[in-house]
Design a protein around this ligand. Structure first.
Ligand code: PLP
Length: 453
């Protein structure tokens, strides 16, 4: 055992991260039923399955080959990304709504969310002061350190948190889990399954998956994802206008996750928060090539931090984000950025459209199959996720287990995305077409509802 005190924020985390937990349950099922291994179909984690198309692949290959030549070799690049890629993102994906200098290219949106959290910090003043005492005492004796660790934990639960965060419930688990790691929250309430100091914004079928934002308490940082993972709901222009207006009136910063923007097919639905007037003063946007171009393993994303966005003391959020990127990140891979440039050529954009058409056809098949056996189904029109309402009283982990055992199909329980997701299941449309067809067939045979919900 070392003499180092565990970061108490990690002890607050309820269980492991969602997707490894799904894998663990699937493996446990297969260990008990090894003959089912070849039957398993995954509609679980939102991981792309189609190969990277030719033009985009060419971009990756060319930039990799250049590294083998004297003239083409490059080492460390700018931490904010290649100028040419930043300019192309601003031009092709934002049509001039943002400036090149506001784009920070990265290794993906998940890591960016943690880096954004680092900019905000924990602001848990009391806890930080107690930690300092703890470190000094620990210097003298290990036993006293342990005593003070428990004192620190007790004081933490009495702490007045000065910074609050808010997120959709259900939502991509990274917003909540990174907030817990950063020390922005209290403990989880075992009854409500909610962390203290997080303002949960319920988004379910009852409110058409958009929160009653004006009647929800203020938070400093508001996380909002559209199209949403897991519900598949894409907020309309009017809804986003209201969101921006409320954040502006309350002096909140909006962190807008647009990782599924290219899946939007409904006319008039914004693909970026910067399509909304006034958003430049309130919002940061994170985005990713993962789902655009099958780059989940390649790793490339970006964050837009507009110049106008500032903290209460007038300092620019952009400057602090730049400080994090230059200190704790060393730039996205030069090979991968070559792939990103190819994505944004006309040929690359056309290839992305084809990939997305394929996944959206899968979503339609899943949606039609579940509707045909009596379920109410949401999402799947502007997002690669189909969100299925379960019969009243049916827990989503129970439904997950039942479908795994009866149909050998892996899904994701809505409760894994927050307490508001219980009673729903998420089906991912990223599986290969033949397996989607087979999964639809098995679900239709095994999951028929006696009464439609
Ligand atoms: C809403 C949302 N944001 C971000 C990410 C992570 O993206 P990346 O692969 O760029 O880390 C995901 C991945 O599933 C996601 O669902």
């Amino acid at each position: 055992m070392s003499g180092v005190t565990r970061n108490p924020n990690f002890a607050k985390l309820a269980g492991g991260y969602l997707f490894p937990e799904i894998g663990r349950r699937r493996n446990a099922y297969l260990a008990a039923n090894p003959d089912m291994a070849s039957r398993i179909i995954s509609l679980g984690i939102g991981d792309t399955t189609l190969p990277i198309p030719e033009h985009i692949l060419g971009g990756l290959v060319t930039s990799a080959s250049k590294l083998g030549t004297k003239e083409g070799y490059s080492g460390y690049g700018a931490e904010q990304g290649m100028g040419s890629l930043r300019a192309k993102i601003a031009d092709k994906l934002y049509g001039g709504l943002i400036k090149d200098s506001e784009v920070f290219v990265s290794d993906g949106a998940k890591c960016d969310i943690m880096r954004i959290q680092q900019v905000f910090g924990s602001d848990v003043t009391t806890a930080v002061q107690v930690s300092e005492v703890n470190i000094r005492i620990k210097y003298y004796t290990h036993t006293l350190a342990i005593l003070f660790t428990s004192l620190q934990l007790n004081l933490l639960s009495l702490t007045n948190f000065v910074k609050t965060i808010s997120c959709q419930d259900p939502s991509y688990p990274v917003y909540v889990d990174t907030s817990v790691m950063m020390g922005q929250t209290g403990n989880i309430n075992p009854d409500t399954k909610q962390y203290e100091n997080i303002v949960y914004m319920p988004c379910t079928a009852e409110n058409d998956f958009f929160p009653d934002i004006e009647n929800i308490p203020r938070a400093d940082i508001v996380y909002f994802c559209s199209p949403n993972n897991p519900t598949g709901a894409a907020a309309t222009k009017e809804q986003l206008e209201l969101l921006v207006k409320v954040c502006k009136e309350r002096g909140s910063i909006l962190v807008f996750d647009a990782a599924y923007a290219p899946f939007i097919r409904s006319p008039g639905v914004p693909k970026s928060i910067f399509e909304i007037e006034g958003a430049r003063e309130v919002a940061i946007e994170c985005n990713s090539f993962s789902k655009y171009a099958g780059f989940t393993g390649v790793r490339l994303g970006w964050v837009v931090v507009p110049d106008e966005l500032s903290f209460a003391d007038g300092s620019k959020v952009r400057d602090d984000f730049n400080r994090v990127m230059t200190t704790a990140f060393n730039g996205a891979s030069n090979i991968v950025q070559g792939g990103g440039l190819a994505c944004l050529d006309d040929e690359g954009l056309a290839e992305i459209d084809n990939l997305i058409d394929y996944y959206m056809e899968n979503a339609k098949l899943l949606k039609d199959a579940m509707t045909s056996i009596g379920y109410s189904v949401y999402g799947g029109t502007d997002a690669p996720y189909v969100f299925v309402k379960l019969p009243d009283g049916k827990g989503s982990w129970d439904a997950f287990t039942e479908i795994l055992e009866k149909a050998q199909v892996v899904t994701i329980p809505g409760a894994g995305f927050g307490p508001g997701g219980d009673g729903y299941l998420r089906l991912s449309a990223f599986a290969p077409r033949d397996t989607v067809i087979e999964a639809c067939d098995r679900l239709k045979k095994t999951m028929v509802l006696p009464v439609a919900v």
